[in-house]
Design a protein around this ligand. Structure first.
Ligand SMILES: [Zn+2]
Length: 219
């Protein structure tokens, strides 16, 4: 499995600092379960979060403190972590990584889908806070009606694939869209596309967190 579309650095840093809304945190945790690259970035982000929590932010030379801590984290030998979850759910394997199974109480076969019309189905996930998370089930080859967005949306592929605005998104990939996006994704032809979508999340962060971390991350 090769993941080519990762969440923005801002989101990983905010997740590591524990300041994401619940729906976005769920999506990022599912991506982490599938993506060794971002798990490495998260380790650094958590270090940044720890430093920020531990420090009296306004009165300390934060840049110096943080850079030292980040550099130490970046230079530590990497634990490769648990192996990425297999591409498809077969036998005893799961389609849904553990954080998602805990939220929905089971795996793909346990979902009580509700129709959205046009063969597309969904399953809202109960969460705290204003942002919303739901599973989407789009039939193979089906074109989602063209639509825009009132706010930001994060979409993570769990099974199958979709094509949108010049790119394919497959298991583990995350697409980010905002108010400026008008699009018409189409599910891949092989099988239904199962996604986790998060909408209305407050995803805009003060960019300095990410800028601080950027020299040490992959971007
Ligand atoms: Zn990733």
């Amino acid at each position: 499995m090769t993941i080519t579309h990762h969440p923005d650095t801002d989101l990983i840093v905010a997740y590591g600092a524990g300041i994401l809304d619940e729906a976005s945190a769920l999506l990022i945790s599912v991506h982490m379960a599938l993506c060794p690259t971002c798990r490495t970035d998260l380790e650094i982000a958590e270090c940044i979060g720890g430093v920020l929590v531990d420090s009296e932010l306004p009165s300390l030379p934060v840049d110096a403190v943080t850079h030292t801590a980040i550099a130490a984290a970046a230079e530590r030998p990497r634990d490769p972590g648990p192996a990425a979850i297999p591409l498809r759910g077969r036998g005893t394997d799961f389609v849904f990584p553990q954080p998602l199974r805990e939220y929905v109480g089971g795996d793909l076969g346990d979902i009580a889908w509700r129709s959205l019309g046009g063969g597309i189905r969904h399953f809202p996930i109960k969460l705290r806070g204003p942002s919303k998370a739901r599973l989407l089930n789009i039939p193979a080859g089906e074109r989602v009606p063209e639509h825009g967005h009132k706010g930001t949306e994060l979409t993570l592929v769990l099974s199958g694939s979709f094509y949108d605005r010049g790119s394919w998104y497959r298991r583990g990939d995350v697409e980010f869209t905002d108010e400026a996006t008008i699009h018409q994704p189409v599910a891949g032809p092989e099988e239904n596309c199962i996604c986790l979508a998060v909408t209305d999340a407050p995803l805009k962060f003060r960019g300095w967190l990410a800028r601080l971390a950027q020299p040490f991350l992959r971007i």
